[in-house]
Design a binder for this molecule. Structure first.
Ligand code: ADP
Ligand code: MG
Ligand code: ZN
Length: 549
């Protein structure tokens, strides 16, 4: 019986997948087109947006997989606006919902959020909407936690269902349903009742990360097996990916950026991403001193100032904007030709999204990361609050440290996409100029580093990266050094690469100290230290031969 069911589901999913969802002859097609232009002020749909909307408006359960920043929200907001009923949007975070409510308010779309703190009047207007007494409210946002808790809300949703006023359930970050996902949320389990309680109301699941295993898990959990799955491709073939070592000397680094802007990117427009507001301001003024036309953009500028800077960049008065990641939402400059990361991103998702702001016109654009291990330790105290913050950060470190793998395949791998490295077509530094690669056992170096760490522990010294490297290379405070540890014959740069490699592989670990002024990070032995202490334990490090290790 199970098997027959599976076969039927398979047939159905093939049928829905093959249907032409792009066509514009649905009864609602004109409304979508007008709503897009008049309300959302957007010129054209991105890939899969129209298909997703047509599918849900036809009553099909759909899962849409699209990179972050791809425009998933529009796929339920626009159908919600042109439909007569109410769309219930389930989202894991109040902050995410607030952003959306703010955006919708600005374009005059009435919507609201239900949570324990929502004030009575607003709650009432939403409840009224579900009873058909308030036709203005088009979207109601709610967390799964609150949905599970609020019997009253669910009763009203039932009422809306009986009145045929439920347009759809949009489930954002739908991968949270799956135990296999990286942010499984038990409260999403509650959503498993939607399909049976509200048969015929389409479910639209949205996510940026979903390998096949997670998708099928999500489908099972939501009881929408065999539903239509739309997957936007992650690969951006026109983006050239490159990683450069960031010079430790600030002036050398500035000259490097100056050169890039004056020669390789002459007359081209781009963005330079930094981490903090202070850095963005400093870098802007340094680059201006060098005669470059750049603007500075970050979250604490007044809205008017921000939009002035944005328009100067759009019109080409500024060649580049030096920005924190606050510069992102709503950017739509199709001829952005380069992105320079002055500091690595906090996650591959961030990196992908930030670099993805270039080359929107399909023409070649360049994405350069300036990488230095020290920057990782500046970022780690900022991300440690997130459950997987550190893990995410180390992924970008891994991306930068890798000496040979096609950058595109590293990205594809991260998003669990199938990838054939020949498809890069030399659009990354490694494919274009492969380096000579060597493999070295660095077990001894690891054990020498442990000796330095042991000594620091005994003397109550908090070993920062700089202190560690100094001690290793016989520089800095003499008391940190260990006489039995020989000075390496390779460069500090090579030494830093070894430390980075040991860190991402669990031989070293960061230890955090939080005080009133700052959060600091130090290096200690990692979970694999026990194994590594054994002299016969090999740690094979694949690296650029040029490092001289
Ligand atoms: P996601 O949820 O996929 O991460 P969002 O829905 O937050 O992405 O959208 C990211 C940005 O893209 C928003 O500023 C949105 O207005 C914009 N956007 C969405 N669709 C389009 C489109 N077709 N053309 C231009 N901009 C769009
Ligand atoms: Mg989103
Ligand atoms: Zn490549």
């Amino acid at each position: 019986k199970e098997k027959i069911k599976d076969n039927e589901l398979l047939k159905k999913s093939l049928k829905t997948a093959n249907k032409n969802w792009e066509k514009s002859t649905f009864s609602w097609s004109k409304k979508l087109e007008n709503g897009l232009a008049d309300i959302f002020k957007i010129k054209k749909f991105r890939e899969h947006q129209l298909s997703a909307m047509n599918a849900v408006l036809s009553g099909e359960d759909t899962i849409l997989v699209m990179p972050t920043g791809g425009g998933k929200s529009l796929c339920y907001q626009l159908p919600a606006v042109i439909s007569k009923g109410v769309t219930v949007v389930i989202s894991p975070l109040i902050a995410l919902m607030e952003d959306q409510l703010y955006g919708l308010k600005k374009i005059g779309v009435k919507s609201g959020m239900m949570n324990a703190k929502t004030d009575k009047d607003i709650t009432k207007s939403m409840m009224d909407a579900l009873e058909g007494k308030n036709h203005d409210i088009k979207l109601i946002y709610i967390t799964p936690e609150y949905m599970k808790k609020s019997k009253r809300f669910m009763a009203k949703v039932q009422k809306a269902f009986n009145l045929k006023l439920l347009t759809m359930f949009a489930i954002d970050e739908v991968h949270c349903c799956s135990q296999w996902g990286h942010d499984f949320r038990p409260d999403y389990q509650f959503l498993s009742c939607l399909k049976s309680m509200f048969p015929g109301v389409p479910i639209l699941g949205l996510t940026a990360t979903a390998p096949a295993k997670i998708i099928s898990d999500v489908q099972k959990m939501l009881d929408i097996q065999g539903c239509l799955v739309l997957r936007a491709p992650f690969n951006r073939p026109n983006l050239f990916y490159e990683v450069r070592r960031k010079p430790a000397d600030k002036d050398v680094c500035l000259s490097m950026i100056q050169n890039l802007l004056k020669s390789r990117f002459a007359d081209k427009s781009g963005i330079i991403y930094t981490t903090t507001i202070k850095e963005a301001e400093q870098l802007t003024s340094d680059l201006r001193d060098k005669g470059l036309k750049v603007g500075c953009y970050h979250a604490i500028l007044e809205p008017e100032v921000r939009s002035k800077i944005y328009s100067r960049w759009i019109t080409g008065e500024y060649q580049a904007v030096v920005a924190t990641i606050a510069f992102g939402l709503g950017i739509d400059k199709s001829d952005c030709r380069f992105i320079i990361h002055h500091c690595i991103s906090k996650s591959m998702e961030n990196f992908y999204q930030e670099s993805g702001r270039s080359g929107r016109d399909g023409k070649k654009a360049v994405c350069i990361v300036l990488y230095r291990l020290a920057d990782v330790f500046r970022l780690s105290p900022m991300v440690i609050g997130d459950k997987v913050g550190l893990q995410n950060l180390y992924k970008t470190l891994e991306y930068c440290l890798d000496p040979q793998t096609c950058r595109r395949s590293l990205i594809a791998n991260h998003f669990e996409e199938k990838w054939n490295k020949n498809d890069c077509a030399e659009m990354c530094d490694h494919c274009r100029c492969p380096k000579k690669i060597k493999e070295t056992d660095i077990g001894n170096y690891c054990r020498q580093i442990y000796q330095i760490i042991d000594k620091a522990l005994k003397t109550d010294t908090n070993l920062t990266l700089i202190k560690l490297i100094d001690a290793w290379f016989s520089k800095g405070t003499a008391s940190h050094r260990v006489a039995a540890v020989p000075v390496p014959k390779f460069s500090r740069e090579a030494g830093e690469n070894i430390v980075g490699f040991l860190l991402i592989n669990g031989y070293l670990k960061e230890d955090f100290v939080f005080n009133a002024y700052s959060n600091l990070t130090y290096l200690i032995k990692g979970p694999k230290a026990g194994r590594a202490m054994d002299k016969s334990h090999k740690i094979m490090f694949v690296h650029d031969e040029g490092l001289g290790i």
